[in-house]
Write a protein that binds this ligand. Structure first.
Ligand SMILES: [Zn+2]
Length: 164
């Protein structure tokens, strides 16, 4: 899946491996109708193009049909492991979570938590990506956003295909 963002001087591309998207769909369905989520890992192949190569799901979390909160301990440990095992080639890119039976648009709470992530977490990222997967269990779809200038800019889907 390929998404693009065109905003001011930004011309950013986001690529999601098909296998990774399948994992997001399966994790979402497994926890339906409760929300679920985790983090996105991958790399910036250039300043303009990022590829999501994997997800990490939390071991500890709180969730309901309208709420999801992940705890960081396990995820941070996995992030360190992935980073060192890939010699720094794969790292934290952002967050994902589901909106069961809802649209994949960010809530006011989502925006606040992205801001908090940038200002208060030790993830050291200024422009995290947010992927939201919404819709019915059998008909899920996703939207992607970039936290930029205190806003969530939406990536537009330009085509859906298997990325090899
Ligand atoms: Zn949300």
């Amino acid at each position: 899946m390929i998404f693009e963002i065109r905003y001011e001087q930004l011309n950013l591309r986001l690529i999601i491996d098909h296998d990774v998207y399948e994992k997001i769909v399966l994790a979402t369905q497994k926890h339906f109708p409760n929300e679920f989520g985790g983090v996105l890992v991958g790399s910036y192949d250039s300043r303009k193009s990022a590829t999501i190569k994997g997800i990490i799901c939390p071991k500890e979390y709180e969730n309901s049909p309208v709420f999801f909160k992940r705890y960081s301990k396990f995820i941070n440990k996995q992030l360190k492991k992935i980073y060192s095992e890939s010699n720094g080639a794969i790292y934290y890119l952002g967050e994902w979570h589901s909106h069961p039976n809802m649209v994949a648009n960010p809530s006011a709470h989502d925006k606040k938590s992205m801001q908090k992530l940038v200002t208060e977490s030790d993830l050291k990222i200024t422009n995290p990506i947010l992927l939201i997967i919404g819709g019915r269990k059998s008909k899920l779809y996703s939207r992607c956003y970039l936290y930029y200038g205190k806003e969530l800019l939406e990536y537009q889907s330009i085509k859906t295909e298997k990325v090899t």
